[in-house]
Design a protein around this ligand. Structure first.
Ligand SMILES: [Zn+2]
Ligand SMILES: [Zn+2]
Length: 281
């Protein structure tokens, strides 16, 4: 996770030598700078997947695609709303049509959010399935089903309900964020964890935290409390930030699915995730 929040989102997925970027919502320069922190050249990116047309998911995509001839994948609806103009190599994603790419299998499906269309992904990797959903206004029955056997969930934890209520935002904006076509709250994610979390999950990455209406420690604690209520204190929780690269999550380091009882991976609560390398200088 190169960065996440309302000022820009980009997530790097690596499989062997293949590199796929999901969203490129930071400036090209910033995407390149953060890629360098994880030893990746922009030219090494094999594909860019765009979840939806909001600027915090698309900002750097066009320049990255043009400079390095990187194919960009989005739905036709997203491309139209994005209004990006000429791309060197645009390829169409269709909801519910699986796409094999770089040894990975992407299944896009639509989720509620206030763009014309927004997709989430179920991604099958050689080391197990990943559920990726940001931005997402509400947890749908389809999302629960698609993520049922995922080992890694990368999902939005945008705001704390209470902080949003007290927020300086005007009433219309608050209602939009809190609505089912807005952003997922810490509490809504917790409800999903308590009620719908699949048994194979080993790590949850919290995405798109609001800097105004959330606090990383509150988002993390709300998630951990829900996991504890589910009897899953073994699940690692990673909190992404807007201004720094989050720790890399390595699926291949985990034992195969079904064997998690043998070797639970427990992340220490005080995991050093603020390595100076990743801080903005
Ligand atoms: Zn966003
Ligand atoms: Zn959005």
């Amino acid at each position: 996770m190169l960065g996440s929040g309302s000022a820009g989102n980009a997530t790097l997925l690596a499989n062997g030598d293949a590199r796929v970027l999901i969203d490129a919502g930071l400036s090209y320069r910033e995407v390149a700078r953060r890629l360098a922190l994880v030893d990746t050249e922009p030219a090494a990116i094999d594909a860019i997947m765009i979840t939806h047309a909001h600027g915090d998911h698309t900002r750097g995509a066009r320049l990255l695609a043009r400079r390095h001839a990187v194919p960009v994948y989005s739905t036709a609806v997203v491309r139209r709303e994005w209004g990006v103009g000429e791309l060197p190599d645009w390829r169409e994603l269709a909801p519910h049509r699986p796409l094999e790419l770089c040894g990975l299998r992407f299944l896009p499906f639509t989720v509620p959010h206030d763009a014309t269309q927004t997709v989430a992904f179920r991604i099958e990797t050689p080391a197990g399935a990943v559920g990726f959903a940001t931005d997402v206004g509400a947890v749908t029955a389809e999302l629960i089903e698609r993520f049922e056997d995922c080992r890694l969930l990368v999902i939005e934890s945008n705001h704390a309900d209470e902080l949003l209520r007290m927020s300086p935002y005007d009433a219309a904006t608050r209602a939009r964020i809190a609505g089912d076509a807005g952003h997922l709250s810490n509490e809504a994610l917790a409800a999903y964890i308590r009620g719908g979390l699949g048994p194979e999950v080993r790590c949850i990455v919290l995405m798109h935290l609001s800097r105004v209406n959330n606090v990383p420690e509150i988002a993390e604690q709300t998630c951990r409390d829900a996991l504890a209520a589910r009897g899953r204190t073994d699940v690692r929780v990673v909190v992404t930030r807007q201004d720094r690269v989050a720790p890399t999550v390595d699926l291949a380091a985990w034992p195969p699915p079904g064997e998690h009882d043998l070797a639970p991976v427990v992340a220490p609560a005080d995991e050093p995730r603020e390595a100076s390398l990743f801080d903005d200088a």
